[in-house]
Design a protein around this ligand. Structure first.
Ligand code: ADP
Length: 322
Protein backbone atom coordinates (compact mmCIF):
# COMPACT_ATOMS: atom_id res chain seq x y z
CA UNK A 1 0.00 0.00 0.00
CA UNK A 2 1.17 3.51 -0.71
CA UNK A 3 1.58 6.03 2.08
CA UNK A 4 -1.59 7.80 0.88
CA UNK A 5 -3.65 4.65 1.50
CA UNK A 6 -2.11 4.14 4.90
CA UNK A 7 -2.67 7.70 5.98
CA UNK A 8 -6.36 7.65 5.01
CA UNK A 9 -6.89 4.41 7.01
CA UNK A 10 -4.78 5.40 9.97
CA UNK A 11 -6.62 8.71 10.26
CA UNK A 12 -9.77 6.60 10.69
CA UNK A 13 -11.28 7.95 7.48
CA UNK A 14 -13.27 5.53 5.34
CA UNK A 15 -11.23 4.21 2.40
CA UNK A 16 -12.03 5.75 -0.99
CA UNK A 17 -13.03 3.35 -3.76
CA UNK A 18 -13.82 4.21 -7.37
CA UNK A 19 -16.18 1.81 -9.16
CA UNK A 20 -16.45 1.76 -12.96
CA UNK A 21 -19.30 -0.35 -14.27
CA UNK A 22 -22.86 -1.09 -15.27
CA UNK A 23 -26.22 -0.05 -13.84
CA UNK A 24 -29.37 -1.97 -14.74
CA UNK A 25 -32.96 -1.80 -13.66
CA UNK A 26 -33.89 -5.41 -12.89
CA UNK A 27 -37.50 -6.09 -13.85
CA UNK A 28 -38.35 -9.26 -11.98
CA UNK A 29 -41.45 -11.14 -13.17
CA UNK A 30 -42.64 -14.07 -11.05
CA UNK A 31 -44.34 -16.61 -13.32
CA UNK A 32 -45.80 -20.12 -12.84
CA UNK A 33 -43.58 -21.35 -15.68
CA UNK A 34 -41.64 -19.82 -18.57
CA UNK A 35 -44.00 -19.07 -21.49
CA UNK A 36 -43.62 -21.23 -24.59
CA UNK A 37 -43.42 -19.64 -28.07
CA UNK A 38 -46.79 -17.99 -28.82
CA UNK A 39 -48.10 -18.51 -25.27
CA UNK A 40 -49.57 -15.61 -23.23
CA UNK A 41 -49.20 -16.12 -19.53
CA UNK A 42 -50.52 -14.39 -16.40
CA UNK A 43 -47.60 -13.48 -14.17
CA UNK A 44 -47.82 -13.49 -10.37
CA UNK A 45 -45.97 -10.21 -9.66
CA UNK A 46 -43.61 -7.60 -11.05
CA UNK A 47 -40.87 -5.73 -9.18
CA UNK A 48 -38.37 -3.07 -10.28
CA UNK A 49 -35.12 -3.62 -8.37
CA UNK A 50 -31.87 -1.61 -8.82
CA UNK A 51 -29.07 -3.85 -10.09
CA UNK A 52 -26.19 -4.16 -12.56
CA UNK A 53 -22.81 -5.50 -11.48
CA UNK A 54 -21.10 -2.11 -11.25
CA UNK A 55 -23.87 -0.52 -9.18
CA UNK A 56 -24.21 -3.60 -6.96
CA UNK A 57 -20.50 -3.61 -6.22
CA UNK A 58 -20.56 0.14 -5.52
CA UNK A 59 -23.46 -0.35 -3.08
CA UNK A 60 -21.69 -3.23 -1.38
CA UNK A 61 -18.52 -1.11 -0.93
CA UNK A 62 -20.62 1.74 0.50
CA UNK A 63 -22.58 -0.50 2.92
CA UNK A 64 -19.26 -1.92 4.12
CA UNK A 65 -18.16 1.60 5.03
CA UNK A 66 -16.25 2.70 1.92
CA UNK A 67 -16.45 6.21 0.46
CA UNK A 68 -17.47 5.37 -3.08
CA UNK A 69 -17.60 7.19 -6.42
CA UNK A 70 -19.37 5.53 -9.36
CA UNK A 71 -18.42 5.97 -13.02
CA UNK A 72 -21.10 4.78 -15.43
CA UNK A 73 -23.92 5.80 -17.72
CA UNK A 74 -27.73 5.72 -17.50
CA UNK A 75 -30.43 6.83 -19.93
CA UNK A 76 -32.51 10.00 -19.65
CA UNK A 77 -35.53 8.10 -18.31
CA UNK A 78 -37.33 7.11 -15.10
CA UNK A 79 -35.16 4.01 -14.58
CA UNK A 80 -31.99 6.06 -14.91
CA UNK A 81 -33.24 8.59 -12.36
CA UNK A 82 -34.26 5.78 -9.96
CA UNK A 83 -30.86 4.08 -10.25
CA UNK A 84 -29.02 7.35 -9.63
CA UNK A 85 -31.25 8.05 -6.62
CA UNK A 86 -30.61 4.53 -5.24
CA UNK A 87 -26.85 5.16 -5.28
CA UNK A 88 -27.28 8.58 -3.68
CA UNK A 89 -29.32 6.97 -0.87
CA UNK A 90 -26.23 4.87 -0.11
CA UNK A 91 -24.03 7.97 -0.01
CA UNK A 92 -22.31 7.15 -3.32
CA UNK A 93 -20.86 10.06 -5.33
CA UNK A 94 -22.64 10.08 -8.71
CA UNK A 95 -20.84 13.12 -10.17
CA UNK A 96 -19.24 10.86 -12.81
CA UNK A 97 -22.45 9.01 -13.60
CA UNK A 98 -23.38 10.35 -17.04
CA UNK A 99 -26.90 10.57 -18.46
CA UNK A 100 -26.98 9.64 -22.15
CA UNK A 101 -29.57 11.42 -24.29
CA UNK A 102 -30.05 8.65 -26.85
CA UNK A 103 -29.88 5.20 -25.23
CA UNK A 104 -32.27 3.86 -22.58
CA UNK A 105 -31.05 2.80 -19.14
CA UNK A 106 -29.68 -0.75 -19.00
CA UNK A 107 -32.39 -3.30 -18.32
CA UNK A 108 -32.40 -6.89 -17.06
CA UNK A 109 -35.64 -8.79 -17.57
CA UNK A 110 -35.68 -11.66 -15.09
CA UNK A 111 -38.33 -14.39 -15.24
CA UNK A 112 -38.47 -16.41 -12.02
CA UNK A 113 -40.47 -19.62 -12.31
CA UNK A 114 -42.31 -21.17 -9.33
CA UNK A 115 -39.59 -23.80 -9.19
CA UNK A 116 -36.98 -21.04 -8.65
CA UNK A 117 -35.41 -21.34 -12.14
CA UNK A 118 -34.31 -17.95 -13.59
CA UNK A 119 -34.34 -16.81 -17.24
CA UNK A 120 -32.60 -13.49 -17.82
CA UNK A 121 -32.34 -11.10 -20.78
CA UNK A 122 -29.99 -8.12 -20.40
CA UNK A 123 -30.18 -5.09 -22.70
CA UNK A 124 -27.03 -2.99 -22.02
CA UNK A 125 -28.53 0.28 -23.39
CA UNK A 126 -26.65 3.25 -21.89
CA UNK A 127 -24.02 0.95 -20.31
CA UNK A 128 -22.56 0.59 -23.81
CA UNK A 129 -22.04 4.37 -23.93
CA UNK A 130 -19.61 4.58 -20.98
CA UNK A 131 -16.60 6.68 -21.93
CA UNK A 132 -13.62 7.35 -19.71
CA UNK A 133 -12.25 10.88 -19.36
CA UNK A 134 -8.62 9.98 -18.64
CA UNK A 135 -7.66 13.25 -16.95
CA UNK A 136 -10.74 13.24 -14.72
CA UNK A 137 -10.21 9.57 -13.84
CA UNK A 138 -6.56 10.19 -12.95
CA UNK A 139 -7.64 12.92 -10.56
CA UNK A 140 -10.42 10.79 -9.08
CA UNK A 141 -8.02 7.93 -8.38
CA UNK A 142 -5.66 10.12 -6.34
CA UNK A 143 -5.72 8.77 -2.79
CA UNK A 144 -8.21 6.03 -3.72
CA UNK A 145 -7.41 2.57 -2.39
CA UNK A 146 -8.91 0.69 -5.35
CA UNK A 147 -10.41 0.96 -8.80
CA UNK A 148 -13.08 -1.76 -8.89
CA UNK A 149 -14.39 -2.82 -12.31
CA UNK A 150 -16.06 -5.60 -14.35
CA UNK A 151 -16.79 -6.36 -18.02
CA UNK A 152 -20.40 -5.15 -18.36
CA UNK A 153 -19.22 -1.84 -19.87
CA UNK A 154 -17.17 -1.54 -23.13
CA UNK A 155 -13.93 -3.49 -22.95
CA UNK A 156 -11.75 -0.74 -24.45
CA UNK A 157 -12.92 1.72 -21.79
CA UNK A 158 -12.41 -0.77 -18.96
CA UNK A 159 -8.94 -1.64 -20.27
CA UNK A 160 -8.08 2.07 -20.56
CA UNK A 161 -9.23 2.73 -16.99
CA UNK A 162 -7.18 -0.19 -15.65
CA UNK A 163 -4.06 1.18 -17.36
CA UNK A 164 -4.68 4.68 -16.00
CA UNK A 165 -5.15 3.30 -12.47
CA UNK A 166 -1.98 1.24 -12.68
CA UNK A 167 -0.09 4.28 -13.97
CA UNK A 168 -1.45 6.41 -11.14
CA UNK A 169 -0.41 3.84 -8.51
CA UNK A 170 -3.99 2.90 -7.63
CA UNK A 171 -4.66 -0.82 -7.10
CA UNK A 172 -7.12 -2.54 -9.42
CA UNK A 173 -9.68 -5.12 -8.32
CA UNK A 174 -11.15 -6.79 -11.40
CA UNK A 175 -14.19 -9.06 -11.65
CA UNK A 176 -13.99 -10.14 -15.34
CA UNK A 177 -17.69 -10.88 -15.75
CA UNK A 178 -19.22 -11.63 -18.25
CA UNK A 179 -15.92 -13.27 -19.06
CA UNK A 180 -13.85 -12.13 -22.05
CA UNK A 181 -10.16 -12.64 -22.83
CA UNK A 182 -7.85 -10.22 -20.98
CA UNK A 183 -5.12 -8.64 -23.14
CA UNK A 184 -1.61 -9.69 -22.10
CA UNK A 185 -0.32 -6.22 -21.10
CA UNK A 186 -3.28 -5.77 -18.75
CA UNK A 187 -2.57 -8.74 -16.46
CA UNK A 188 0.27 -7.13 -14.46
CA UNK A 189 -1.91 -4.03 -13.92
CA UNK A 190 -4.38 -6.10 -11.86
CA UNK A 191 -3.79 -6.40 -8.12
CA UNK A 192 -6.73 -8.66 -7.20
CA UNK A 193 -8.76 -10.81 -9.60
CA UNK A 194 -12.11 -12.22 -8.41
CA UNK A 195 -13.55 -14.99 -10.60
CA UNK A 196 -16.10 -17.77 -10.24
CA UNK A 197 -15.23 -21.28 -11.37
CA UNK A 198 -16.52 -20.70 -14.93
CA UNK A 199 -14.55 -17.46 -15.37
CA UNK A 200 -11.39 -19.05 -13.92
CA UNK A 201 -11.69 -21.93 -16.40
CA UNK A 202 -12.29 -19.59 -19.35
CA UNK A 203 -9.28 -17.39 -18.49
CA UNK A 204 -6.65 -20.08 -17.82
CA UNK A 205 -8.06 -23.18 -19.55
CA UNK A 206 -7.98 -25.24 -16.33
CA UNK A 207 -11.04 -26.59 -14.53
CA UNK A 208 -11.75 -24.94 -11.17
CA UNK A 209 -14.64 -27.04 -9.89
CA UNK A 210 -13.12 -28.20 -6.60
CA UNK A 211 -11.08 -26.17 -4.09
CA UNK A 212 -7.95 -28.08 -5.15
CA UNK A 213 -8.57 -27.38 -8.84
CA UNK A 214 -9.40 -23.74 -8.03
CA UNK A 215 -6.03 -23.45 -6.23
CA UNK A 216 -4.19 -24.66 -9.34
CA UNK A 217 -6.26 -22.45 -11.66
CA UNK A 218 -5.56 -19.50 -9.35
CA UNK A 219 -1.82 -20.14 -9.54
CA UNK A 220 -2.07 -20.32 -13.36
CA UNK A 221 -3.81 -16.92 -13.32
CA UNK A 222 -1.16 -15.49 -10.98
CA UNK A 223 1.49 -16.66 -13.45
CA UNK A 224 -0.04 -14.19 -15.93
CA UNK A 225 0.97 -11.32 -13.63
CA UNK A 226 -1.87 -10.80 -11.11
CA UNK A 227 -0.81 -10.52 -7.46
CA UNK A 228 -3.84 -12.16 -5.83
CA UNK A 229 -6.74 -14.29 -7.05
CA UNK A 230 -10.02 -15.31 -5.42
CA UNK A 231 -12.00 -18.14 -7.01
CA UNK A 232 -15.57 -18.13 -5.65
CA UNK A 233 -17.26 -21.54 -5.48
CA UNK A 234 -20.88 -20.77 -4.55
CA UNK A 235 -22.06 -22.78 -1.52
CA UNK A 236 -18.52 -24.12 -1.08
CA UNK A 237 -17.14 -20.64 -0.35
CA UNK A 238 -13.98 -19.38 -2.02
CA UNK A 239 -10.29 -20.10 -2.54
CA UNK A 240 -7.73 -17.35 -1.91
CA UNK A 241 -4.49 -17.63 -3.87
CA UNK A 242 -1.42 -15.39 -3.38
CA UNK A 243 2.38 -15.66 -3.15
CA UNK A 244 2.00 -17.64 0.11
CA UNK A 245 -0.09 -20.39 -1.52
CA UNK A 246 -3.81 -21.19 -1.52
CA UNK A 247 -6.42 -21.39 1.24
CA UNK A 248 -9.97 -22.73 1.03
CA UNK A 249 -12.49 -20.56 2.90
CA UNK A 250 -15.70 -22.58 3.38
CA UNK A 251 -19.03 -20.72 3.39
CA UNK A 252 -21.41 -21.01 6.34
CA UNK A 253 -24.40 -23.30 5.76
CA UNK A 254 -27.43 -21.07 5.14
CA UNK A 255 -30.75 -21.39 3.32
CA UNK A 256 -30.34 -19.70 -0.09
CA UNK A 257 -33.43 -17.66 -1.04
CA UNK A 258 -31.90 -15.81 -4.03
CA UNK A 259 -28.20 -15.76 -4.95
CA UNK A 260 -28.51 -12.59 -7.11
CA UNK A 261 -25.67 -10.17 -6.21
CA UNK A 262 -23.88 -12.73 -3.99
CA UNK A 263 -20.65 -12.31 -5.95
CA UNK A 264 -21.03 -8.50 -5.99
CA UNK A 265 -21.64 -8.42 -2.23
CA UNK A 266 -18.58 -10.60 -1.67
CA UNK A 267 -16.46 -8.33 -3.83
CA UNK A 268 -17.51 -5.10 -2.06
CA UNK A 269 -16.73 -6.51 1.37
CA UNK A 270 -13.39 -7.81 0.09
CA UNK A 271 -12.47 -4.45 -1.47
CA UNK A 272 -13.23 -2.42 1.65
CA UNK A 273 -11.47 -4.86 4.00
CA UNK A 274 -8.34 -4.85 1.79
CA UNK A 275 -8.50 -1.04 1.63
CA UNK A 276 -8.58 -0.94 5.44
CA UNK A 277 -5.36 -2.95 5.52
CA UNK A 278 -6.95 -6.23 6.67
CA UNK A 279 -5.12 -9.38 5.57
CA UNK A 280 -6.16 -11.12 2.34
CA UNK A 281 -7.64 -14.03 4.30
CA UNK A 282 -9.55 -11.80 6.72
CA UNK A 283 -10.91 -9.84 3.74
CA UNK A 284 -12.06 -13.04 1.98
CA UNK A 285 -13.68 -14.19 5.22
CA UNK A 286 -15.61 -10.93 5.50
CA UNK A 287 -16.72 -11.32 1.87
CA UNK A 288 -18.00 -14.83 2.61
CA UNK A 289 -19.99 -13.63 5.62
CA UNK A 290 -21.49 -10.70 3.66
CA UNK A 291 -22.45 -12.94 0.71
CA UNK A 292 -24.07 -15.48 3.08
CA UNK A 293 -26.38 -12.70 4.36
CA UNK A 294 -27.10 -11.49 0.81
CA UNK A 295 -28.39 -14.85 -0.40
CA UNK A 296 -30.92 -15.05 2.43
CA UNK A 297 -32.82 -12.03 0.97
CA UNK A 298 -34.43 -11.63 -2.49
CA UNK A 299 -33.29 -9.14 -5.15
CA UNK A 300 -30.02 -7.43 -6.01
CA UNK A 301 -29.31 -4.17 -4.15
CA UNK A 302 -31.94 -4.61 -1.39
CA UNK A 303 -30.20 -7.84 -0.32
CA UNK A 304 -26.72 -6.33 0.16
CA UNK A 305 -25.99 -6.13 3.91
CA UNK A 306 -24.49 -3.29 5.98
CA UNK A 307 -21.11 -3.86 7.70
CA UNK A 308 -22.76 -4.00 11.16
CA UNK A 309 -24.99 -6.89 10.13
CA UNK A 310 -21.98 -8.71 8.64
CA UNK A 311 -19.97 -8.31 11.85
CA UNK A 312 -22.91 -9.69 13.86
CA UNK A 313 -23.37 -12.71 11.56
CA UNK A 314 -22.08 -16.19 12.50
CA UNK A 315 -18.42 -16.93 11.83
CA UNK A 316 -17.79 -19.31 8.91
CA UNK A 317 -15.66 -22.43 9.50
CA UNK A 318 -11.88 -21.88 9.66
CA UNK A 319 -9.96 -21.78 6.39
CA UNK A 320 -7.94 -24.75 5.21
CA UNK A 321 -4.49 -24.52 3.62
CA UNK A 322 -4.41 -26.32 0.26
P1 ADP B 1 -21.19 -15.81 -8.87
O1 ADP B 1 -22.62 -15.49 -8.52
O2 ADP B 1 -20.39 -14.64 -9.31
O3 ADP B 1 -21.05 -17.03 -9.75
P2 ADP B 1 -20.70 -17.49 -6.55
O4 ADP B 1 -21.92 -18.28 -6.90
O5 ADP B 1 -19.42 -18.23 -6.48
O6 ADP B 1 -20.49 -16.21 -7.48
O7 ADP B 1 -21.00 -16.79 -5.14
C1 ADP B 1 -20.17 -15.80 -4.60
C2 ADP B 1 -20.03 -16.05 -3.11
O8 ADP B 1 -21.34 -16.02 -2.51
C3 ADP B 1 -19.44 -17.40 -2.74
O9 ADP B 1 -18.03 -17.34 -2.70
C4 ADP B 1 -20.04 -17.64 -1.37
O10 ADP B 1 -19.28 -16.95 -0.39
C5 ADP B 1 -21.40 -16.97 -1.47
N1 ADP B 1 -22.44 -17.97 -1.78
C6 ADP B 1 -23.03 -18.21 -2.97
N2 ADP B 1 -23.93 -19.22 -2.86
C7 ADP B 1 -23.92 -19.61 -1.57
C8 ADP B 1 -24.63 -20.60 -0.80
N3 ADP B 1 -25.55 -21.39 -1.36
N4 ADP B 1 -24.34 -20.72 0.52
C9 ADP B 1 -23.43 -19.92 1.13
N5 ADP B 1 -22.73 -18.96 0.47
C10 ADP B 1 -22.96 -18.81 -0.86
Amino acid sequence: MSSTHLSSSSAGEPPRIVVLGSLNMDIVLRVPHAPAAGETLLGRSVAHIPGGKGANQAVSCAREGGRVAMIGCVGNDAHGRALREALTQDGIDTTSLRTDGAEPTGTALILVEDGGQNRIVIVPGANAQVEIDEAALRQQLQGAAFLVTQFETPMDQVAGAISVAHDAGCKVLLNPSPVQPIAEPLWPCIDTLVVNEIEAHALCGQAADSPQEAALAGQALRAKGVARVVVTLGARGAVAIDADGARHHPAPKVKAVDTTAAGDTFLGALAVALSEGQSFDEAVRLGIRAAALCIQQPGAQPSIPQRDAVLHSPMPPDWIAL
